[in-house]
Write a protein that binds this ligand. Structure first.
Ligand code: ATP
Ligand code: MG
Length: 311
């Protein structure tokens, strides 16, 4: 079977234990956990039994090896992860507001993952790649954007498809080149996986229907809008259907969107219908929020089927 691949940041995440906890004062923290949106995505693809690989850079430190060992354990091909001797692995500290919103302190731009560049993208590693996934959160430097463009060119050149989750963090929009890169990636996107608020950043139409039409006009073939605890909605030209979220206790929302996207894309690659793929993705997001830690809620088809049988 041909591979699904992605590229971008691998981090550890260290999280506050209480809602309302601030990082301006000492407090109890939990972690390090394996993390980074592309890493969570590819872990979920592998958990579904699909061949999966990630192009990334980590430092030669415990944070880097924690991630590599974890991804390997779940079946991800880590052969395209470079371990850089002179860099440290990225990190993110997360706090949760009382209303459920999250704030992040990222150490990404000075970490190993920021050293990712076109030289790390080689055609040989991408030879078996039938589908490439782009996380908008990975587009934080010119070098990375160039690397992403190179990977997309190779995969599209060999007849592959591309999915794109804008995954915009307000902390990152300050980086000017990121905004431009979002527009560029959109041109090559087959499956778009935005959150509700991201639709208005990608299209000029003020309403959902208009925004979706505009994006189809740019060549996007399928759009799945993630609505958190309100569920999700699928769009293809002339087609729209929504699903309510599966009621679960939300322990940690981080990673839900990444697991959701990975499951949708994998199911579509496996030839499942949009309807069935959305059901599996919805279940995958629900299982992700039920576990503390960004990558701790990834799941296989057995767990997804068990949850869907109950709901
Ligand atoms: P992020 O802000 O982390 O980027 P996202 O917008 O990419 O998140 P979400 O919308 O938070 O992703 O979650 C993706 C999907 O996971 C939702 O569309 C839904 O199917 C499922 N999901 C999310 N939160 C919950 C919840 N509290 N209960 C059940 N399912 C959920
Ligand atoms: Mg997201």
């Amino acid at each position: 079977m041909e591979k699904i691949m992605t590229m971008g940041e691998i981090l550890v995440e260290i999280m506050a234990t209480e809602r309302g906890q601030s990082l301006r004062a000492p407090g109890r923290l939990l972690g390090p956990y394996a993390s980074g949106a592309p890493a969570i995505f590819i872990d979920q693809v592998a958990r579904l039994g699909h061949p999966a690989a990630i192009i990334a850079c980590v430092g030669d430190d415990d944070f880097g090896w924690l991630n590599i060992e974890r991804l390997q354990r779940d079946g991800v091909d880590t052969g395209s992860i470079s371990v850089l001797p002179d860099a440290v692995t990225g990190s993110a500290f997360v706090t949760y507001r009382r209303n459920g919103e999250r704030d992040f302190i990222f150490n990404i731009t000075n970490s190993a993952c920021a050293q990712l560049q076109p030289a790390h993208v080689n055609a040989a590693a991408l030879r078996d790649c039938a589908h490439f996934h782009v996380m908008g959160s990975s587009l934080f430097s010119f070098r990375l954007i160039d690397a992403m463009k190179k990977a997309i060119d190779i995969v599209k050149g060999q007849g592959g498809t591309v999915s794109f989750d804008p995954n915009i963090r307000k902390e990152m929009l300050r980086i000017a080149e990121m905004r431009e890169a979002l527009t560029y990636i959109l041109e090559f996107t087959d499956i778009l996986l935005p959150s509700e608020h991201e639709l208005s950043l990608l299209a000029s139409a003020p309403d959902e229907a208009g925004a979706v039409r505009e994006l189809f006009g740019k060549g996007v073939k399928e759009i799945v809008v993630k609505h958190g605890a309100q569920g999700c909605c699928y769009f293809a030209p002339g087609v729209r259907f929504a699903l309510d979220a599966i009621p679960v206790e939300e322990l940690d929302p981080t990673g839900a969107g990444d697991c959701f996207g990975a499951t949708f894309v994998t199911c579509r690659r496996l030839g499942k219908t949009p309807d069935e793929s959305l059901r599996y993705a919805n279940a995958s997001g629900a299982l992700a929020v039920g576990a503390k830690g960004p990558m701790e809620g990834t799941s296989g088809f057995k767990q997804l089927d068990a949850l869907l049988a109950l709901s």
